[in-house]
Write a protein that binds this ligand. Sequence first.
Ligand code: TXA
Ligand code: MG
Length: 317
Amino acid sequence: MHTEIGHNIEEAAALLRAGSLVAIPTETVYGLAGNALNEDAVLSIFKAKNRPFFDPLIVHTHSIDEIRKHVSEIPDRLLPLMERYMPGPLTVLLRRKSVIPDIVTSGLERAAFRIPDHELTLSLLRSLDFPLAAPSANPFGYISPTSAAHVYAQMNGVIPYILDGGDCRVGIESTIVGVEGDAIIVYRLGGLSLEQIQSLVGEVRVVSESSSDPSAPGMLTSHYAPRKPLIIGDIKELIHTYRDKKIAVISFSERYDVPHQYILSPSGDIDEAAKKLFAAMREMDATDADLIIAKSLPEGGLGRAVNDRLKRASHPL
Ligand code: TXA
Ligand code: MG
C-alpha cells in the first residue's frame, strides 16, 4: 500500500467513510484513526498496530454534545473538567451506549472519550458523522509519534494517508480520568498536569501504577519503549558504570561528554522537555549507541508524566 502524507481533510474524510485508516495529528501525539462505530475499521486498527485486544481505544469527537450522544450519563464531578479542558489533553471514562462496539472498549462498560485540541483534526471530525477510535499511531509497545515523519517511519505501507498537522504541541499522551463513587481517579498521567486538575476539582487519586498485568489496560510495564536498553538514574554515575559501552544520554538541560546526547530543554523548561521526550527517545534509539541513559525530571507539572513514561520505557541491560 502506498502511504501519502498531506493536509487534505476531504481525502482523509473520504478514506475514513470507506472504512480505511488515517493517521491524525493531535496536540498530544498522532493517532491511528478509524470509524469508531464500524467494527471492521476498529479491528483493522488493532491489526495495523499489532495491538492486543485487551487494550481499549480512545474515542475522539469534536464536542461535548457529540460525546453525550454516545454515553448514558456524564457524572457531575467530571463536567467542570470537561468544560475547562475539552478540547485539550484530557480523556474521560464514561458509561457508553451500545452504539460504541465492544471491540473499542475491550468489553468494558466505560469508553474513553477525548476532544483533541488540533484545528485540522477538529475540522475533520466536524465533517464526519461518526467519532474516531484512535490509539497512538505507533506499533504496540514502541514510542508514540509526535510528527508525521515519526508516523511515516513505522506506518509506511500499512495505512493510506497521514494527515500532517506539524509537530505535536504537548507531545505526551492525554491524562485519563474517571470517577469511582465520589472520587476522581487519574488512570494515566499525561499532558494535563495533576496541578491543573486539582486546582479545579480538589484532591484526586492516582492509580496510574506500573503493572505487567494485562487486565490493567494500557498500564503495561514495558511501553513507549525504544529498542535499545534505557536506564534511568544519576547520569554521571551511570556514564561511569557503563564506561566501556557506547552511550547515548537524554538529559533535561545539562550537557555530558558522550558520543550521543539529546538535551530536552536547554533552558530547563518542563513543558518543552515533555514535548521533546518521544523525539529524543527515537533519535537516540537510531544512533549506534549500546544503551540510552536518562534521569528523571523534577516531579511538578508535566514532570510527573515524563517520569512515568521514562519508567515504562526503561529496561535493564
Ligand atoms: O493523547 C492520547 O490519548 C492519544 C491521542 C492519539 O489521542 N491516544 C492514546 O491512545 O494515547 P493509546 O491507545 O495509545 O492509549 C490509550 C489508553 C489505553 O492504553 C487504555 O489504557 C486507556 O487509554 N483506555 C482506553 N479506553 C479505556 C477504557 N474504556 N477503560 C480504561 N482505559 C481505557
Ligand atoms: Mg499508545
